[in-house]
Design a protein around this ligand. Structure first.
Ligand code: AP5
Length: 215
């Protein structure tokens, strides 16, 4: 099964992709996570990407497309994958469509996380992440067992650089300008399925499982 999670920053794509990954035993492929790993590792890609990410803009298409296409060639993606944060532009969607068409493996569903953008700032400013990449929590909606501490490795949780309020506003603008047109793009291909992403986390998962069950 090949699924795309499409939605604005903070709509819950990462949270639900991790849950679906466990339920379906197919990997979550998050370009945000892949890029953050490259930044932590200090690779040439990471150095190029960091400024774009910290400012709330997008990393150039050619870099992200190469990164994503290489990742979905890995053996763990053979049975399918959940794309979280890709595609984010029409050019990325076209590159993906072309690559999957060559394999005869089209996308089965694009899950559109519908949410009032005004609700997203609270979700993002309250997000805390493990500096070692072990996951993310929310100070109110999904707190760790010990406040401010990673449940997995015990490291002090940090706030993502792009989760400052001014950066969040830029990310929203980037989403509206570059990513929202994909709703129309996938709508025309009859694979778009919308969910109410404002609901509590378990309810959102239930909506996604119903959609997936109907594929
Ligand atoms: P990325 O990491 O993909 O960030 P994003 O799309 O902005 O998404 P987020 O991770 O902020 O939100 P999410 O929807 O996953 O929400 P989450 O589940 O965490 O990308 C970061 C940057 O990398 C980009 O800005 C760009 O620069 C670059 N990049 C990445 N991909 C790229 C691409 N394809 N092309 C170019 N550049 C790219 O939830 C948010 C919070 O809300 C959490 O704290 C969570 O606990 C809480 N929450 C989740 N669901 C609920 C709920 N139902 N109720 C209450 N709280 C909830």
């Amino acid at each position: 099964m090949r699924v795309i999670f499409l939605g604005p920053p903070g709509s819950g794509k990462g949270t639900q992709a991790k849950r679906l990954q466990e339920a379906q035993e197919i990997p979550q492929v998050s370009t945000g996570d892949l890029l953050r790993q490259a930044v932590r590792a200090g690779t040439a890609l990471g150095k190029e990407a960091q400024g774009h990410m910290d400012s709330g803009g997008l990393v150039p298409d050619q870099l992200v497309i190469a990164l994503l296409l290489e990742r979905i060639e890995q053996p763990d993606c053979a049975r399918g994958f959940i794309l979280d944060g890709f595609p984010r532009t029409v050019a990325q969607a076209e590159a993906l469509e072309q690559a999957l068409a060559q394999k005869g493996m089209p996308v089965d569903a694009v899950v559109n996380f519908e949410i009032d953008l005004s609700k997203l700032v609270e979700r993002l400013v309250g997000r805390r992440v493990c500096p070692n990449g072990h996951g993310e929590w929310h100070v109110t909606f999904n707190p760790p067992a010990q406040p401010g501490t990673c449940d997995v490795c015990g490291a002090a949780l940090i706030q993502r650089e792009d989760d400052q309020e001014d950066r969040i506003r830029t990310r929203m603008e980037t989403y509206r300008r570059d990513t929202e047109p994909l709703i129309d793009y996938y709508g025309k291909r009859s694979v778009l399925r919308s969910i109410n992403a404002l609901a509590p986390m378990d309810e959102v998962m239930g909506q996604i499982e119903s959609l997936i069950g109907a594929i």
